[in-house]
Ligand binder design. Structure first.
Ligand code: FAD
Length: 372
């Protein structure tokens, strides 16, 4: 009898303990879902099936939710699924992947996963981590540069702190004859990212370049502005959830804009002397296209050939774990190909964005649970 009472007490206690968490989870998820269902006009997704729109939007929301990160990163099978897109948890894992890619004639850009650091100490730690990657690239003599996110080195905390960290990284990369690509994050950071990269380029750091997203209306103006200063671009479609005030709601328009922007960048690269990828594989040409979309790639190649730009002045970039066949095909056609190789323990938001890009990946994720 005493035992039974104790067990009931325990269960009641548990229910009370768990209920607020469940409530919190549901209330934090229900608002964005409601917004999605009611509006369903968020950028880049309007011409997908309604179910797909909802799944994508929920995933992009989840990629930023701390409670979901805490939950998912504790599941062993989640890491197993994530490791399709992530080279490993350590720099050694990543360097081994780069060596394999180099053997197959493919260059790399290394990304130490992490974004939105929450203290100056963490931002400094991330900066030191990035400098260590540059050292490892040098020691191992691999053909790789580095991609970074400015919120990783403090942009969300303090602009000056981020600028100082970025300058430290660029200085170090300059000494090692290496290149730093600054990834583009969501629109709260677009202006600042462009401003800081532009400022440091004008200060003499020519070993950097930027990423611009074809889903944003503003990108054509940004490209035309930055091109005057010979900025090196990686053009991508864009991976974040943006409002239709800022970004094309329809995928078709994002794709068409990608083709149009590709033509603008290629034309300007020719006017500037058709710089090619460097022989150490670290400095990309002015035009780098970050996409797995065969139609976009085909259109770019048609335009490049029509304009007479040499193959080694047009770089194609893809993400680790996606479309290896296409990477090999382009390499065989003598185009420079660079694979974005992410590594590290902060893999959650990166992984969930990859799921959002292709809802079919969710089945791959779930199948890993049954294989655990
Ligand atoms: C090198 C590189 C760097 C990037 N850097 C940034 C950045 O700094 N900022 C930013 O906002 N975005 C970045 N992105 C992501 C980009 O914006 C897109 O979200 C992503 O590339 C998917 O779009 P897509 O061009 O491949 O075309 P989509 O039309 O989305 O996909 C075309 C085809 O590619 C394949 N594919 C695409 N995504 C996946 C996936 N996750 N899993 C499996 N197959 C897939 C599928 O076969 C799909 O049919 C980067 C992408 C690359 C390749």
């Amino acid at each position: 009898m005493i035992r039974k009472t104790q067990r009931i007490k325990k269960e009641v206690f548990l229910i009370f303990k768990i209920t607020p968490t469940i409530k919190r989870v549901f209330s934090s998820i229900s608002q964005p879902i409601k917004a999605i269902v009611l509006k369903s006009n968020s950028a880049h997704i309007r011409n997908l099936f309604p179910g797909e729109i909802m799944i994508r939007s929920i995933l992009i929301y989840l990629s930023k939710a701390d409670w979901a990160r805490n939950l998912v990163t504790n599941w062993k099978f989640a890491w197993k699924a994530a490791s399709r897109f992530i080279a490993g948890e350590t720099i050694d894992d990543a360097i081994n992947v780069v060596k394999e890619l180099n053997k197959n004639g493919i260059n790399a850009t290394l990304d130490q996963l992490g974004e939105n650091t929450s203290s100056p100490e963490e931002a400094l730690q991330a900066t030191q981590g990035i400098i260590r990657i540059l050292e490892e690239i040098e020691e191992n003599e691999v053909k790789a540069n580095v991609s970074i996110k400015l919120t990783q080195i403090g942009l969300a905390l303090n602009e000056q702190l981020c600028l100082d960290n970025l300058e430290r990284i660029l200085n170090n990369a300059k000494d090692k004859n290496n290149f730093i690509r600054v990834d583009m994050e969501d629109t709260p950071y677009t202006d600042q990212t462009i401003k800081l990269v532009h400022y440091l380029m004008n200060k003499g750091y020519l070993n950097t370049g930027i990423v611009l997203q074809s889903y944003l209306y503003r990108t054509e103006i940004d490209i035309k502005e930055l091109i005057k200063d010979k900025v090196k671009f990686r053009l991508v479609k864009g991976a974040y959830k943006e409002s239709s005030n800022d970004a094309f709601p329809r995928k078709k328009d994002v794709d068409e804009n990608f083709d149009r922007l590709t033509e603008i960048i290629i034309s300007s690269a020719i006017e500037q002397g058709s710089e090619v990828v460097s022989s150490n594989g670290r400095f990309p040409p002015v035009t780098a296209l970050g996409t797995h979309d065969e139609k976009r790639i085909l259109k770019a190649i048609q335009f490049q050939k029509m304009k007479g730009l040499s193959n080694d002045a047009l770089e194609f970039q893809m993400l680790y774990g996606i479309r290896r066949d296409l990477q090999e095909q382009l390499t065989a056609q003598k185009y420079p190909v660079r694979v974005y190789v992410p590594f590290g323990t902060h893999w959650y938001p990166y992984f969930v964005r990859r799921l959002a890009e292709r809802p079919a990946n969710i089945w791959f994720f779930i199948s890993n649970y049954f294989r655990k």
